[in-house]
Design a protein around this ligand. Structure first.
Ligand SMILES: Nc1nc2c(ncn2[C@@H]2O[C@H](COP(=O)(O)OP(=O)(O)OP(=O)(O)O)[C@@H](O)[C@H]2O)c(=O)[nH]1
Ligand SMILES: [Mg+2]
Length: 437
């Protein structure tokens, strides 16, 4: 008899990933999409044994694929000795259950997969609540057992059959109750965070938000710009929670920079909804850095997806949205392509539209910092006159603004022109009202 103490490592769940190719609805290459789906599966620690693209000319309501295809895939699934199948599409609860029955494996669809990944990655209280809410929303509509059940059941007693009617009703009520409680809790967390945000607004620093497709290199760039070590990995949705740091831009000007959750095509609406608060924060940034993996063959389609999400985020009143594209990973490009890309970026950089960098090697980071500084440095100039004894105000101005002119006249009066963020100007008016011309 083997002792259960010998092996503590849980073997990875063996899986097959299937991308139903509908062709008409997306210009993306099916192979790119399949690769991405496999990446998502691996992000959930699945052992991807086989990957398959299935052309879908029409959909079968009961099983998505036609019966011949279902059988064909059954053979593939058996050959791979798979325990789970990922369908890179939305499945109705009925389709999901029928496929599970036909293949005798756990079946998970794209939304379910993304929700599971988010569930594992969430670290902050708000992140966890957001994901939990999104997951309940998804579950409510289908009432199927979630992934975690499968993991718990592994090696267990096996299936006990579908839940009965009363069980489903009970589940439904439990979910509804839980949603109400979660919403209240989330509201409370956000309320306190809202207060924090207001407190932060008093800091006269412009804010920069990093956004982009998952795996584009946001966290790597964040680390490069801030000298910190946020978790960055070749893993889809490595980052879920927003991290903020203060950076010094050229001329010593400070800015707050935020790393955020990545986007993906067909982001489940449940998630967009529950991450609304995070996205709203992005909308409030003075500058959005759209980080793109320029070496990916899917780069343009990814950019369009990100832009589509950005469009849904409201811009606060009186603010114009400013987006700078950061073309990342140029180190991965072949010399000739790279030259063309950097040349194009240089032309766009003059208009403050794009900068080509490698967050990995550091190439292009200095020009990026300068472009960021130039873009957020459009604070109005304020003319000031300081009395000889106002050294404290002088220090304050250097600390909180950018001095563009300073001259002391024969009477000892110091005349200055200082660029000040509106909130800094507000503070200045309260602190030293007499020095503004
Ligand atoms: N070669 C190369 N790899 C890079 C570069 N920037 C990032 N990477 C790699 O790309 C992968 C993803 O990087 P992350 O910084 O985690 O990407 P992210 O956008 O934060 O991803 P999520 O948080 O998952 O949305 C990691 O393996 C990085 O090492 C780059 O400039 N060049
Ligand atoms: Mg990240």
């Amino acid at each position: 008899m083997t002792s259960k103490h010998i092996d503590h490592t849980v073997p990875l769940i063996r899986a097959v990933v299937i991308h139903p190719d509908r062709r008409s609805d997306s210009p993306r290459l099916a192979s790119e999409r399949l690769e991405e789906a496999a990446g998502l599966a691996r992000a959930l620690d699945l052992d991807v044994r086989a990957e398959e693209i299935v052309r879908l000319r029409s959909t079968t309501p009961a099983t998505l694929f036609g019966s011949g295809k279902v059988e064909e895939l059954a053979a593939l699934i058996r050959a791979a000795d798979a325990e789970a199948v990922v369908i890179d599409d939305d499945l109705s609860p009925v389709q999901q259950r029928n496929l599970e029955k036909a293949w005798e494996v756990k079946v998970i669809d794209r939304t379910g997969l993304i929700l599971e990944i988010f569930g594992r990655r969430a670290r902050t209280k708000e992140g966890r609540l957001q994901v939990e809410l999104a997951r309940l929303d998804y579950e409510r509509s289908r009432l199927v057992r979630t992934w975690t059940h499968l993991e718990r059941q592994r090696g267990g007693t096996g299936s006990t059959g579908g839940p009965g009617e009363t069980q489903i009703e009970l589940d439904r009520r439990l979910i509804a109750d839980r949603i109400v409680r979660l919403k209240a809790e989330l509201e409370e967390v956000r309320r306190t965070r809202g207060l924090h945000r207001k407190a932060r607004k008093k800091v006269p620093f412009p804010s920069v938000a990093l956004v982009g497709y998952t795996n584009a290199g946001k966290s790597t760039l964040f680390n490069r710009l801030t000298g910190s070590e946020v978790f960055a990995k070749d893993l889809l949705f490595a980052t879920l929670d927003t991290t903020q740091r203060t950076i010094r831009l050229p001329q010593g000007r400070p800015a707050i920079i935020a790393d955020t959750v990545g986007f993906i095509s067909d982001l489940p609406h449940e998630l967009v909804e529950s991450f609304r608060a995070t996205l709203e924060e992005v909308g409030e940034a003075d500058l959005i850095l759209h980080v793109r993996d320029i070496a990916s063959t899917d780069s343009d389609a990814q950019a369009k997806d990100v832009e589509a999400v950005l469009e849904q985020i409201p811009t606060p009143e009186g603010k114009t949205r400013r987006v700078l594209e950061v073309w990342n990973k140029i180190d991965l490009l072949d010399a000739d392509v790279r030259e063309a890309v950097t040349g194009q970026a240089e032309r766009l950089a003059r208009e403050g539209k794009a900068v080509a960098v490698s967050a990995w090697t550091g190439e292009g980071i200095e020009p990026l910092r300068e472009t960021i500084a130039a873009l957020i440095d459009d604070d109005p100039e304020t003319r000031l006159t300081l009395q000889p004894d106002q050294g404290e105000a002088l220090a304050w101005l250097y600390e909180n603004g950018r001095v563009t002119f300073r001259d002391t006249d024969a009477d000892g009066l110091t005349h200055m022109v200082v660029r000040l963020h509106p909130s800094a100007l507000g503070r200045l008016e309260r602190l030293y009202p007499d020095i503004i011309d």
